[in-house]
Design a protein. Structure first.
Length: 72
């Protein structure tokens, strides 16, 4: 595994790599990094959608102030 692939995986995991990751070859490491990135993006998107759905329960005139209080 090259230094770039190693850096990419470390960035996606935001921490040290498990020892077994050292057995991955270059293409496998890149594929894993991409899969981790997509999973994180899907999770963030789902969370955003859930928050927006929840805010529909708040009266329309107060949604923006509530949004600002929750997400400064």
């Amino acid at each position: 595994m090259s230094a770039d692939e190693l850096t990419s995986l470390k960035a996606e995991l935001a921490g040290p790599l498990p020892p077994a990751f050292g057995e991955l070859d270059g293409p496998q490491a890149l594929l894993l990094a991409q899969a981790l990135r997509r999973a994180r993006e899907r999770r963030a998107s789902g969370l955003h959608e859930s928050v927006e759905d929840a805010l529909t329960l708040v009266p329309a005139l107060t949604r923006e102030p509530v949004r600002r209080m929750l997400f400064r």
